[in-house]
Design a protein around this ligand. Structure first.
Ligand code: IMP
Ligand code: MG
Length: 176
């Protein structure tokens, strides 16, 4: 465990089990259909890679970059969406993939961006949900773990761009 880590919330085994469980639900719900996974960079790169390998569906992948301004542990409300222009969803089943939903503003913004492109369906999946922090009205169909209002890193998630490579999800020693 590295110095900056205060507490490990989920080790790699717990994550693997939960990812398989979510993937099984998605595979059952979309059986017979093809799915477009929209990976929300950078944080969802690791989760998406694991999730897709556990899906038993034909899938395609798209990447979009979404970031709230600033570098702190407090997500500001201004969301910047990049690289979404070439993504055509007409008649397709699309699933937005993020590792964590905090205020929900990022996911709400992406729903807005993609709902207008004629998808056959548009849903969201997140491994973690900080439900107590929600300010946006957004529905996340597939959720792994609900977590308390603590800043976490690892499994793709960063603090000032670091710690994305940790194989576990941990609370970091920092103040908001
Ligand atoms: P939201 O728009 O407030 O829901 O924030 C979602 C985004 O903020 C996620 O995609 C993450 O990039 C980032 N984020 C929120 N909470 C955390 C955290 O605890 N650790 C690392 N990143 C986080
Ligand atoms: Mg971040």
């Amino acid at each position: 465990m590295i110095d900056e880590v205060q507490e490990i919330l989920f080790d790699d085994q717990a994550i693997t089990e939960k990812v398989r469980e979510i993937a099984a639900r998605i595979s059952a719900d979309y059986a017979g259909k093809e799915l477009v996974l929209i990976c929300i960079l950078k944080g969802a790169a690791v989760f998406t890679a694991d999730l897709m390998r556990n899906l038993t569906l034909p899938i395609t992948m798209e990447f979009v970059q979404a970031a709230s301004y600033g570098d702190s542990t407090t997500a500001s409300k201004k969301i910047n969406v990049e690289n979404d222009r070439g993504i055509d969803l007409s008649g397709k089943h699309a699933l937005l993939v993020d590792t964590i939903i905090d205020t929900g503003e990022t996911m709400a913004c992406l729903f807005n961006t993609f709902a207008g492109r004629g998808p056959a369906s548009l849903k969201a999946v997140a491994l973690l949900d900080k439900r107590s922090r929600r300010t946006a009205n957004v529905s996340v169909t597939y959720c792994g773990f609900e977590i308390p209002d603590k800043f976490v890193v690892g499994y793709g998630m960063d603090y000032k761009e670091r710690h994305r490579n940790l194989p576990y999800i941990a609370v970091i020693k920092t103040t908001r």
